[in-house]
Write a protein that binds this ligand. Structure first.
Ligand code: G3P
Ligand code: MG
Length: 248
């Protein structure tokens, strides 16, 4: 039995935007996902030193921008001036690091639903509270609520206190213990599992737990077919064009 349905969930979610064809976690990647036909996008959120949140996967700026250092130790104003596209290709040079507010506005403009993964190596409680407040203030009322995910139950509990109506998902890299799977305190509706550990038997355990099961990162139609056959509800992919998944 499903714990709580996500009726607006779709089976294909653009991972970090359409990150196979545009620089991850940029507005260009979000726009590209929409152009390709995706209705859901996943992004990674991090708190900057000055407080506002930006889209960024890594803890440091080094891999995906022309800056260096920790996101958490760099003011938002400095991060906003960095190039987050040049590393991916010259066509994207000058693409900025999006703020959370810019991302939310674009989702509203394009009608995209989001899974927002909140990353924090420290201060999970405070980061969760602050992110939830920012999301409550800025998430477009025209859209279904965002699905908030994290690998930190502490962070998810903080989000639940501030924004109880936003559904939440726990990111896992192994089948969680029964105690964790039975934990309802933070009201998760989904588990987001790494494809690297999934077998038929492990997937069956997750499906039987009653959570919606979302799997990252799946880039081949054959693997997607297998996972959907095992009862998986959705996949995160860098190549979200529906034709790839419908006919592959
Ligand atoms: O949220 C699913 C997936 O994005 C988690 O892994 O490392 O790509 O953020 P990662
Ligand atoms: Mg992510």
């Amino acid at each position: 039995m499903r714990i709580s349905p996500l009726p607006w969930l779709e089976p294909v979610i653009a991972h970090r935007g359409a990150s196979g064809v545009a620089p991850e976690n940029t507005l260009a990647a979000i726009r590209r996902a929409g152009e390709l036909g995706a209705r859901w996008v996943e992004v990674d959120l991090r708190r900057t030193a000055s407080g506002p949140f930006v889209l960024m996967h890594d803890a440091t700026l080094d891999r995906t921008t022309n800056g260096t250092g920790l996101v958490s130790e760099t003011p938002c104003e400095a991060i906003a001036g960095l190039d987050a596209g040049g590393w991916f290709g010259s066509d994207f040079a000058g693409e900025p690091v999006p703020t959370l507010n810019a991302f939310m506005a674009l989702c509203g403009e394009l009608g995209l639903v989001a899974n927002i993964e909140i990353k924090a190596e420290a201060d999970a409680d405070a980061v969760g509270y602050a992110a939830a407040k920012a999301l409550l203030e800025g998430w477009p009322g025209t859209l279904p609520p965002p699905l908030i995910s994290s690998d930190s139950p502490t962070l998810l509990r903080a989000v639940a206190k501030i924004a109880p109506d936003f559904p939440r998902g726990l990111i896992v890299t192994q089948v969680p213990s029964e105690a964790v799977l039975n934990e309802r305190a933070w009201g998760c509706v989904s588990v987001h599992a790494s494809d690297t550990f999934l077998t038929r038997a492990k997937t069956a355990l997750l499906v039987a737990s009653g959570y919606a099961v979302l799997v990252y990162t799946v880039n081949t139609p054959a693997r997607a077919r297998t996972l959907f056959g095992w009862g998986v509800d959705a996949i995160f992919t860098d190549h979200p064009e529906p034709a790839r998944w419908q006919n592959g």
